[in-house]
Design a protein around this ligand. Structure first.
Ligand code: KG4
Ligand code: ZN
Length: 326
């Protein structure tokens, strides 16, 4: 079995997953409340909190799995992209555990992890498929032909979709992180009330853009608008952009299966919109379970099953990376 650690942002997570991809334990300690007063993640604060939480979270995951370090075949860890100081806490901890037991270390790409959430039991998805990954840090479309990787065909030109939710929530006077709160407020509103721009639809390529929408929201708030109707209109514009651009990519690539992952895929209105769009197009839709959409370590363990391990003790000089060189 694999022990995985994930500390790329403000979640300290550990999980134990077996060779078939069954989750034996998945523990996520969120730091959201710690960062809420600042309206966003403070990197230095996140790193220090990861230092405090890593050992208890790993101990809890092993206990939940009824396992000890002796049962492990490998230790997996997110090595990037993310906040560098936060990543280094997870990486150093994973190295220490692996080294002490003479185990291999599996360095995992965080985005591969989000996609690999789809390979966990009880309904592991079989490639090929097209995937939309929409999180707080990334928004991208990728083609997946095997479980070892993915090929990016489009990204956001400015804000990530989750960032658009979080910044919009802030403009609407909601707390941080704002995605879930904005969804709750939007559920009571009329999405037809405000006309907000949906960028990129019909334009060449497969990229996204959310900054114009954010500016439109800012102007609406300045003009004295707000509340549930504006939240609903704003959420609908984000969803229209995500669903519209993704379905264009489905048609362009001719894929018959679409998957949606990442924190934003927790959004119920987005899930329903993709359900409808895929039914209309005769495309099979695979949505990661909500708890596996946002950052967790089970998805990192899942990706590790399809990633080349580094043999003991060759990983001690392995470094984390904040972003991949383009
Ligand atoms: O994947 P994730 O946990 O972390 C990153 O890798 O970024 O995604 C976090 C993002 C945040 O921007 C958060 O606001 C958004 O996912 N999110 C949501 C919802 N729940 C989380 N966005 C819209 N609706 C939700 N229900
Ligand atoms: Zn993530």
């Amino acid at each position: 079995m694999i022990l995985a650690l994930e500390t790329s942002c403000d979640e300290t997570a550990a999980a134990v997953v077996d060779a078939e991809g069954s989750i034996l334990a998945s523990v996520v300690a969120s730091q959201a409340e710690l960062h809420a007063p600042y309206g966003g993640v403070v990197p230095e604060v996140a790193s220090r909190r990861h230092l405090e939480l890593t050992v208890p979270v790993v101990e809890r995951a092993l206990a939940d799995a009824g396992a000890s370090l002796d049962d492990l075949d490998a230790v997996a860890v997110t090595e990037g992209p993310g906040l560098i100081g936060a990543l280094l806490v997870g990486l150093a901890s994973a190295k220490a555990i692996a080294f002490a037991r003479g185990l291999p270390l599996v360095p995992v790409d965080h985005l591969h992890g989000h996609i690999a959430a789809l390979y966990l039991q009880p309904q592991p998805l079989e490639p090929p498929f097209l995937v939309l990954l929409a999180s707080g840090g990334h928004t991208l479309l990728a083609e997946v032909d095997d479980r070892a990787g993915y090929r990016v065909i489009g990204t956001t030109l400015d804000d990530a979709a989750g960032e658009a939710f979080d910044k919009g929530a802030r403009l609407l006077g909601l707390g941080y992180p704002g995605g879930a709160e904005l969804e709750r407020l939007a559920a009571q509103g009329d999405p037809e009330r405000h006309r907000l721009p949906v960028a990129m639809l019909g334009s060449p390529g497969h990229d996204f853009s959310f900054s114009g929408l954010k500016t439109a929201l800012l102007y609406a708030v300045r003009d004295g608008h707000g509340g549930a109707d504006l939240a609903a209109s704003y959420q609908r514009a984000i969803i229209r952009s995500l669903v519209g651009r993704t379905m264009e990519a489905v048609r362009a690539t001719g894929r018959d299966t679409l998957a949606v992952v990442g924190g934003v895929a927790r959004n119920g209105a987005l899930r329903a919109a993709f359900d409808g769009a895929c039914a209309d197009e005769g495309v099979r839709l695979a949505l990661a379970p909500p708890e596996l959409c946002s950052d967790n370590a089970a998805m990192i363990a899942s990706a590790a099953r399809f990633t080349e391990p580094i043999a003991f003790p060759d990983y001690l000089d392995r470094d984390a990376y904040a972003s991949r060189a383009a």
